[in-house]
Design a protein around this ligand. Structure first.
Ligand SMILES: [Zn+2]
Length: 116
């Protein structure tokens, strides 16, 4: 089994962009809500996922796990264009991460100014 053969090496730019947004969102949420937890600078070392993420943002363990799960699921999403996750028939997230990401989005949503 060669895990490198799963997908072509070219990465749709929207996957990279979405991953950066996910990092921003989870980081913002963690900074605002997990002040008491011990944090580690992010290392994103999933070699199967060719996404470049800024490393060194401080996340607690739970948020780091959520972020990695979200990014891997985004990368593996077979739908193009991807619908909003809440409108998606597939629901690829594990249930506990789905709940956690919902909480993150509800926190982050009103704090963002989208450029449109
Ligand atoms: Zn956190």
């Amino acid at each position: 089994m060669n895990p490198k053969k799963r997908k072509p090496p070219d990465l749709a730019p929207n996957i990279q962009e979405d991953s950066e947004k996910l990092l921003d969102f989870v980081h913002m949420y963690c900074r605002g809500n997990h002040k008491g937890l011990s944090k580690t600078p992010l290392v994103f070392d999933y070699h199967k996922v060719p996404i470049q993420l800024e490393e060194g943002r401080e996340l607690c363990d739970g948020c780091a796990r959520l972020l990695k799960h979200a990014i891997i699921m985004r990368y593996l999403c077979p739908l193009d264009p991807k619908p909003k996750c809440r409108n998606c028939p597939e629901h690829c997230y594990k249930p506990e991460y789905r709940v956690a990401m919902d909480v993150v989005m509800k926190y982050v949503g009103p704090r963002l100014l989208f450029k449109r």
